[in-house]
Design a protein around this ligand. Sequence first.
Ligand SMILES: Cc1cc2nc3c(=O)[nH]c(=O)nc-3n(C[C@H](O)[C@H](O)[C@H](O)COP(=O)(O)OP(=O)(O)OC[C@H]3O[C@@H](n4cnc5c(N)ncnc54)[C@H](O)[C@@H]3O)c2cc1C
Length: 545
Amino acid sequence: VSAGAGARRRRLVGWGFEGERLEPTPELERWLEARCGRGAGRPAPDPATIELPPPRPLPEIPAATSRDPLDRLAHARGQGLPDLLRLRDGRLPTAPDAVVRPADTDQLARVLEVSAEAGIVVVPWGGGTSVTGGVNPPPGERPVISLALDHLSGLLELDAGSGLATFGAGTAGPALEAALAPHGLTLGHFPQSWELSTLGGWIATRSSGQESLGYGRIEDMVAGLELVAPGGRLDLPPLPASAAGPDLRHLVLGSEGRLGVVTRATVRVRPRPPATVVEALLVPGWEAGLEAVRRLARSELPLTLLRLSDPPETEVAVAAGLAHRFGAGAARWWLRRWGVGRDACLLLVGTAGEPEVARGVLRCARRLLGGLGALRLGTRPGARWLADRFRHPYLRDALLDGGIATDTLETAGPWSALDRIREAVTDALLGGAPGGRAAVLCHLSHPYRDGASLYFTFFVPSEADTDAAVAAWALMKRAATEALVTAGGTVSHHHGVGAWHAPWLPREVGDTGMELLGRAAEAMDPDGVLNPHVLLDPTDRLESA
Ligand SMILES: Cc1cc2nc3c(=O)[nH]c(=O)nc-3n(C[C@H](O)[C@H](O)[C@H](O)COP(=O)(O)OP(=O)(O)OC[C@H]3O[C@@H](n4cnc5c(N)ncnc54)[C@H](O)[C@@H]3O)c2cc1C
């Protein structure tokens, strides 16, 4: 089974592509071991040996339908930590009964019709990179099909004069950028999952790319789209702006398949910049870092990226070899003297454009940081970060092999709440960790004028028993999500709600908001065919994830 990136074959148990790996440096291993120790190593099994429940009978489906066990396995799980743990267990409690690949929109509409008649659950599948249980088949009696959008992909239309490009929803990041490159254009949407995730998935989850400060979030990029549902079709034309009532694109953005399947979208594209440059700096402490990011985010400088690591993440970045040219012993000693390992925080500042202009922008950025005591590390660590940014997820698999489980969670809040949120989530993760042993890292990214996103990574020793490991994860996840919502953060800045965050959505949108969304889902999908378990079903399913 391959996915969207040339001849590279998608790995079925873990991240990315077969044969590609990223190992922790010995220094990172030592750092992690000192803080969280090690649990039971879990080798990834041969995918062919993983047991799936037998496929249930299905009626004739009017599109290409695969019952092949490896295809079912490839569409059984997303990429959250419990997904990786269950796959490594060698036995999955749920799997789709078939993988269906419609050739076009009309076929897709007929598949939805048949599914509604037969009581089948349909789970749309873009790149399967969900970290919220969004693509996992719900447990229950109803048969489940995974609706793979592989054939609804590619560049369909380009209006270069208007900077508008229409793509099939199943187009993955590399294919999308490769189609724009000959025209000197880019979308500029680079989530860390870019190599595997798709345009339809980005829209369905309201995704945010790493350079959202310059290019915007996916909702800023989508000009028009088509949505197909059992209850009807929405065809929203690309318009630069409109006062024709509420903006229905925003009902579709973040609807996670509950309101229909996004089949194509017209996105706003722009000239591909000749260079993207990221400069690294060290700032003396989180407070100084916050002030630095706030100043830069509110400046009118054309920056594309701002990312502030807290002291533990800064230490990990150095241990993992980010500060490349500081690998030599004397330089490391000097970095430690400067505060790495105590208070120092790594700040990445990125911009894109003509190289001279980019250099000028970074010069102005440094000037704005005057008085904060920032130390300039130059653009080489930034170049290293850019080169490796889509490889970092491979580290999760290597760490699991060695008995360390890792997961991430994220939120956003106003500037005034960020310290409170960071503290509350860190305490909740440390408090919920098995035996109190965990390492918790945090960075601030995606800054806005009024606030920013906080992104947490935690490491724990992995339990030998899979149910116990998932239960330990569930405890931490629940405590951290409760903490971030209570402290004033959103339940998700960019991963979406899926099944795992759904219990907290009512806290954010209220009863009336839930009812409004529920009625929209009823109108578009009266029989509850599409993803009935995500977004609107507040059942807490963390232990059974
Ligand atoms: C290592 C890693 C890094 C990540 N980094 C980022 C990041 O930087 N920024 C970010 O925003 N997210 C990130 N994510 C989360 C994830 O990649 C995003 O949620 C992404 O938008 C999902 O896209 P996908 O194509 O893989 O969708 P899938 O995982 O296939 O689907 C996600 C949800 O949307 C539904 N869906 C998919 N396609 C459609 C469609 N065409 N119509 C209707 N519903 C659909 C699915 O049923 C599911 O509920 C990361 C995930 C991982 C594992």
